[in-house]
Design a protein around this ligand. Sequence first.
Ligand code: EPU
Length: 420
Amino acid sequence: MDKHLITGGAPLEGDVRISGAKNSVLPILAGCLLTDESVVIKNVPHLNDVTTMMKLLGQMGANLTVSEGLTIEVEARGLNQPYAPYELVRTMRASILVLGPLVAKYGHATVSLPGGCAIGPRPVDFHVEGLRKMGAEITVEGGYIQAVAKNGLKGANINFDIVSVTGTENLMMAAVLAKGKTIIENAAREPEVQDLGNFLNMLGANIQGHGTSTIVIEGVKSLKGGTYTVLPDRVETGTYLVAAAMTGGRIVAKATRANILTSVLEKLEEAGAHIATGEDWVSLDMRGNRPKAVDIYTSPFPGFPTDMQAQFMALNTVAIGKGILTETVFENRFMHAHELRRMGANIQLNGNTAIIEGVPHLTAAPVMATDLRASASLVLAGLVAKGTTTVDRIYHIDRGYECIEEKLAQLGATIKRVAA
Ligand code: EPU
């Protein structure tokens, strides 16, 4: 298993190019199953999760071509096996996103249940219940969801009890080819949901209200092909900005968008960062200062994203003052706190709250990544710790951060990857 070796101390300085959003490209790839025609997707990040989704579509019979310039072409016409096996779903929960498109297009699907993961139980009951409402007959047996809709799906009124990102995406994709109108209420408003809606509309779907909490989908007979460019990754952007803030640095994140990051930029300003934004860039300048501690309360978009909570915990560990983090989206997303403590962080956990008292500096230690964003927080801590930190199990980070060591090294960090 590969490890990262990070020697802390250098303020990050320079430009970093932000990749396409992982959480946009995964549903978009699944959405390609809804059409027989060829779809070209641009700005695809080179990530392990993308490889897993490509493997999944390929095993089902879709034809995928990867070409220069971060582009993938998908042709699902030859699909003959609407089946997502446990081996792939277990490595990536987002595999559940093929369920809606498969039932809508082929009238049947067998998809493994994802099971638990490091950040909580994360059930898929909303996905299943929504498809049932749309007329699918669903049985869950032997760890697999079997869904059948012999005469196709029909439009339905769906109201989520709790906002679910992939739940909204799965049902939105299913509704695109259903007969009649589907209304999804209390829908997720994340920019990635909006991106998926824009992509599907480009293919000929009739979706309105994506990006708001009520999405209305009028079913169409079929979708065509087209070319689509994936949204920039707001979590990757935020992660590099936090890295610069913690190290007292000055960076420009390029090929990104400030308006999908508002809650994160507000917190960085509160921490003492000077932020400037343009049409496709965000800059941050700490003017050499140590950050001030900030309080964070995670909630669905447009609230503060749970996917940035671990990185702000790392920031608070070296900030001036005391910061309180409250995690309301996932019940078990503080695994990084235990590892950060090994580096000298002063963190107290109390249920879904973490109280962090900033210390002047962290000390390098061997630490272990437990999930994607937790790994990012450990790398950030390594950038400010005295000595050389070893982060083990970095396969987690490769799921969601493209070329992280190259990008950080370009900003002046001392980081390398070693094979264990
Ligand atoms: N939930 C249910 N039942 C369901 C679905 C969700 O109870 O059927 C609960 C979950 O347990 C959780 C809450 O609803 O407590 C919200 O979960 P959600 O369904 O929104 O999460 P997700 O769709 O599985 C996506 C992202 C996550 C991100 C969350 C929240 C993708 C592929 N994944 O997950 O991204 O944290 O939304 O914004 O889009 C990451 O990138 O590191 C990551 C974990």
